[in-house]
Design a protein around this ligand. Sequence first.
Ligand code: NAD
Length: 433
Amino acid sequence: MRITMVGSGYVGLVSGACFADFGHDVICVDKDAAKIDALLAGRMPIYEPGLDALVASNVAAGRLAFSTDLAASVRGADAVFIAVGTPSRRGDGHADLSYVHAAAEEIAGAIDGFTVIVDKSTVPVGTGDEVERIIRDANPAAEFAVVSNPEFLREGAAIDDFKRPDRVVIGSDDPRALEVMRAIYRPLAIGRSPIIEMSRRAAELTKYAGNAFLATKITFINEIADLCEKVGADVQDVARGIGLDNRIGAKFLHAGPGYGGSCFPKDTLALLKTAQDCEAPQRIVEAVVAVNDQRKRAMGRKIITAMGGDVRDKTIAILGLTFKPNTDDMRDSPAISIIQTLQDAGASVRAYDPEGIEQAKKVLDDVTYCEGAYQAVDGADAVAIVTEWNQFRALDLKRIKALLKGDVLVDLRNIYARADVEAIGLRYTAVGR
Ligand code: NAD
């Protein structure tokens, strides 16, 4: 199959490289010339484990190419995937579809023979209808079908998720389009990943319902963690106790500083907007969004409380900035609200993250960035672990104690055992324990 990927960000680039690895001919297009220049020079514009090697081997095999020329890349393609961003629209929280609509417009003029237009971006119900209308208006002679194929990969484990997905969702009732989609995903069908077909609208909603459910699970255990702190229970015991129930499942039951990232915050909000427009309010998701928003700053206050309630002129070392490990993505990371809360209270912040510092510089002011965890801790009054990068799981606590001016360790990811930390003479604060 000849595949064109419009948008070469986290989703477009990973999907494009994996499709090429399946044996398809793929061109990844982006309007950001710097991104394409980097890819042409063999440099990855994002951090994703294993991506550089996957891209390099498929470029070398002649199956993966990059371009800024959308029209030339679309001509002759069997399928054109739209994988552009759908951020929250400023002001109202609706999904901003301007990039999707602009991409559809540009694709329309270049369609050449029957082409499947596949929406991989996360888009509200009915967007497929709108994309179809845009293309038909722009190019009435075009032969095409619009399919929804939402993406479920997780940053940090994106390649494995793409190649071994829990399921692939294809939304279409067009037989010709379904045939193309089945051919594209055939390598996964051989690997026995379920490929489920449904209406376009059901596929669009499946993505939002999935993310809203996962956000709910995280928020649920976070509130249970708050209760654990009041009643003297350990949330990790409770999470294990419920997670072993197959009906519940153990994943997404790790109490922490609240969900962030490029998807859950914006997708839960967009779902609420769709629900309001359709007069089918989603009260549970409304509560999840409100509780999670409050939680991020509350975690900043938790650090302040651990330090005795006053952090004016104190220095706090923050370990981990990205919303989760193994990515450089800072979008809606809890670290942003936490650091701003500490700064508002008069503290100075020193921070270290293995991959996220360049992105963090774009969204945070007045932070001293350090080259390693121990450099960040050196001379600080307290240290807070915000993201559970592997390298923070086995810190030399004695060295931390020796470098710290103060004696407070706040572990917002529940990585350490209280007894180990306290045995060294540090005061330990965790979440729900
Ligand atoms: P991203 O911002 O990393 O990448 C989007 C890319 O599209 C950018 O490089 C941008 O320059 C490019 N672009 C925008 N308009 C274009 C156009 N007209 N022509 C060519 N390129 C264009 O975004 P992302 O994180 O890859 O997310 C893309 C979509 O996938 C979103 O809808 C998101 O919600 C969804 N999604 C993301 C993830 C994730 O983990 N990041 C997971 C599942 C789904």
